[in-house]
Each structure stands twice: as structure tokens, then as C-alpha cells.
Design a protein around this ligand. Structure first.
Ligand code: ASP
Ligand code: MG
Length: 414
């Protein structure tokens, strides 16, 4: 049994969807579950619509563009598709309804932004069927069960396992096509698993179905030792151990969602990262293996925020005030990307989310003097060579730097 995941770029227009169908066709005799993201930049568009609408700004143009985008793809894929267009209209009218809400931002976000995957999966399922690939559209919210930590929901594995088991009989009937990124909380509300979370959805389905492998089809040839869009001459890994791949995602490699590797590694399910433009190439396999030496890998994480807590009562940074800070970070679900301390101050680097930073400042202001800087870049060179560091430092404003035996990390200012 195989699980495939196609992200936004692989279904961004009619041509891409046709290419996806041609890949799936080759595997249509297998038991296959396919997870799709929203098309192209739809998730960003929905985020923008939500934030404008919460500020009572007009969203008519943005909604019109989003409709046109999807309907143009439909027009290119099909000659006439009245039923499909009706289904899409009903998702768009649900979107209108979801936009009117008194809920918290995060809950509201999930009800709105989840519509992208419902639109894409509806179109793709219809298209696959039209090409003769027998496809069953499945609502992943009936199978991926989560808590109600909106925008970053945690999967309830036991409940999801029970619901995903039910897909075995659906897989007997044809290919299962479902949405990544979205799930359902116990109270019936739609949740999302975090941006780019469709990889993780694929891993959840694969783990619960005991899949033979997961394949993530991407616009790159596999996992490279640097982002080819940022660094020239990036090299492809043919294979990577789970641990190495997991660490790369921790440091910010965006090729795979960070939560994806663990459940697969626990069940020894290999993860392939392959190019949808060159589907005959093997790509990278992440599995149980030992490598003698791993290529130096450069990972760049943008939009970082450096927060410094300074003690105000002439004490030093000690375990008590550290535990205050860590307690608050855990409460706010803020992840530290790198940290450093001096006698009187403690600094952390986090992904910049204005709402979270404000809440942190508000809750900690009685204990510390807090400063923060945004727009920073965190660079990690895994398995570095000294000359790379020398090269990297040139002309850079380095705000923080850490070097261990294996990793070089630097926070770069602007
Ligand atoms: N559509 C969602 C996003 O863009 C989920 C995903 O692509 O994995 O973040
Ligand atoms: Mg995406």
C-alpha cells in the first residue's frame, strides 16, 4: 500500500494536474492513498482574505480572484462540468459563511483556510475519475482526529487510527484522494496541522495504514544539501537516514514538514522525495541506513525574531527565571530555534509571529526587560567545513553564533 502527497506547486494549474494524473496512472494498480494540498498559493490567498475581513476591509476582489483561479483550471480540464461547479460554489458559499465569525483568530483561521484543500481535492478527484482512474474522494476530517489547538492541532493517534482503519475497505474500491493539512477536533470543528502540514497528514495516513512507503512529489529533484533557489551548485542526496533528515527539518529545511519523519521512522516506513517534473528519477529515499560521511548542508530560516530577556533586579539569569521563561513559552506553544545566555540576559530566536511575541511580552513584562528584533535570518551549516564558515562570515552582521563539532549556526541581522 502506497501513500503519495502532492503539494500546492504540483497542482497549481491544469497542466500540473494533468502531469499529476499521469504519475498516478502508473501506480493505479496499487492500493494507493493520495493526499493533496491547496492549489498553488491558495493558502496564502485565504490567509490574506481572513486578515482583511477581520479588519473589515473589502475582500470582494480577492474572493473573485480565488474563484476565477479555480474555475479557470476547471475550464481547462473539462469540457462541461456543471456538477463540479456546483460543488465548488457550495464550498465558496461555506467560505463566505466561515468568514463571519466571533471565534478566536486561530479557530477562525482553520475554518477559513481549510477551504483551500476542499476545493483542490474536489477538482483533482473529479479529474482523475474523468481520465479513467477510479478515485474515491474522502474527507480527511472524518479520519484525522485532533485536539482543538487550532492552527497547530495535535493528532489524536488512537482515534485517528480507528477512523483510518475504515479506509481499508475504501482502498479496495479504488484510489483514495484526500486532503492534507486538515483534521477535525472532538467538538466537530475543523482544525489545521500547521503550514505545510500536508506532508505530516501523509505520514499519519501511512503510519495508520502500515503503508509500504510514502512519496512526496515536489518541484525539486529530491533533498539537496542547500536550497537550490538560494545556493548555486546544490547537490542531491540519494539517501538519508531518518535522523539526519529529521535534524535537517528541525533546523529549518523546508523540503519536508518537521513532524513527518518521526511516525514513519517508528514504523520503518521509507519516505521518498521525488520530482514531479522528472517522475522517472529516483529522488531521495529517507530510510534506515548508515552513511559514512554526510555532505555539508546549508539550511536557511528566514523571518526570525530575536527576543532578549534581561533581569531587572540585579540577580543573574538562573534556573528560577529560566523556568519562568520556558513555562511561558510552553504555554504559548512557541518553539525556540536557538538560544544563548549571558550573566544578566537570556536570548531566544523564534519564528516571528506578532501575536505570539506580543503575548510573551505582555506576560513576562513584570519579570524582565524585554527587547526584540525581527527580520533576521538563521543559518545552519550541518557537517560544516571550516572554509565554509570563513566564507559565510564575510560582510555579514552576525548577531549570535554557535559552533559545535557538527554544526555551525549564525543569526544574521539586516
Ligand atoms: N496548503 C497548506 C499550506 O500551504 C498545507 C500544505 O501545503 O501542506 O501551508
Ligand atoms: Mg503548500
Amino acid at each position: 500500500m502506497l501513500v503519495f502527497k502532492f503539494g500546492g506547486a504540483s497542482i497549481k494549474n491544469a497542466e500540473a494536474i494533468k502531469n499529476m494524473a499521469s504519475i498516478i496512472k502508473k501506480y493505479s494498480n496499487e492500493r494507493l492513498l493520495v493526499v493533496v494540498s491547496a492549489m498553488g498559493k491558495t493558502t496564502n490567498a485565504l490567509e490574506n482574505i481572513l486578515s482583511k475581513s477581520r479588519k473589515d476591509e473589502s475582500i470582494a476582489d480577492e474572493i473573485r480572484l480565488l474563484k476565477e483561479y479555480h474555475l479557470n483550471i476547471v475550464a481547462e480540464l473539462f469540457e462541461s462540468e456543471a456538477t463540479l461547479i456546483e460543488q465548488l460554489s457550495s464550498i465558496f458559499s461555506d467560505l463566505d459563511k466561515a468568514l463571519v465569525s466571533e471565534a478566536s483568530y486561530d479557530e477562525h483561521y482553520d475554518q477559513v483556510v481549510s477551504k483551500g484543500e476542499l476545493l483542490s481535492s474536489t477538482i483533482v478527484a473529479r479529474y482523475l475519475n474523468s481520465t479513467g482512474i477510479n478515485t474515491k474522494w474522502v474527507d480527511s476530517r472524518n479520519h484525522i482526529r485532533t485536539d482543538d489547538n487550532f492552527r497547530a492541532a495535535y493528532v489524536n493517534w488512537a482515534d485517528s487510527q480507528a477512523e483510518i482503519n475504515k479506509l481499508n475497505s475504501v482502498l479496495d474500491q479504488g484510489i483514495v484522494l484526500t486532503q492534507g493539512f486538515i483534521g477535525n477536533a472532538e467538538n466537530g470543528k475543523t482544525t489545521t496541522l500547521g503550514r505545510e502540514g500536508s506532508d505530516f497528514s501523509a505520514a499519519v495516513f501511512a503510519t495508520c495504514l502500515n503503508a509500504d512507503s510514502v512519496t512526496v512529489w515536489k518541484d525539486v529533484s529530491g533533498i539537496l544539501n542547500a536550497d537550490p533557489k538560494l545556493v548555486a551548485g546544490a547537490q542531491l542526496f540519494n539517501q538519508l537516514p531518518y535522523k539526519e533528515a529529521a535534524e535537517m527539518t528541525y533546523y529549518g529545511a523546508s523540503v519536508i514538514h518537521p513532524k513527518t519523519i518521526k511516525p514513519l521512522a517508528n514504523k520503518n516506513i521509507p519516505l521518498y522525495v521525488r520530482s514531479f517534473d522528472h517522475p522517472d528519477e529516483p529522488g531521495t529515499i529517507i530510510h534506515q541506513c548508515e552513511l559514512e560521511a554526510v555532505l555539508p548542508t546549508t539550511i536557511i530560516k528566514t523571518d526570525q525574531c530575536l527576543v532578549s530577556f534581561r533581569v531587572i533586579d540585579f540577580t543573574f539569569i538562573n534556573e528560577e527565571n529560566l523556568s519562568l521563561i520556558f513555562g511561558e513559552l510552553a504555554k504559548l506553544d512557541i518553539k525556540i530555534n536557538i538560544m544563548q545566555n549571558s550573566a544578566i540576559s537570556f536570548s531566544i530566536v523564534i519564528d516571528y509571529r506578532p501575536d505570539k511575541v506580543e503575548a510573551l511580552l505582555e506576560h513576562m513584562k513584570d519579570h524582565f526587560e524585554i527587547r526584540y528584533n525581527t527580520g533576521l535570518v538563521l543559518v545552519t551549516i550541518k557537517n560544516y567545513q571550516q572554509n565554509q564558515i570563513d566564507e559565510y562570515r564575510k560582510g555579514k552582521k552576525i548577531l549570535l553564533e554557535q559552533i559545535s563539532r557538527n554544526n555551525y549556526r549564525a543569526l544574521i541581522g539586516n
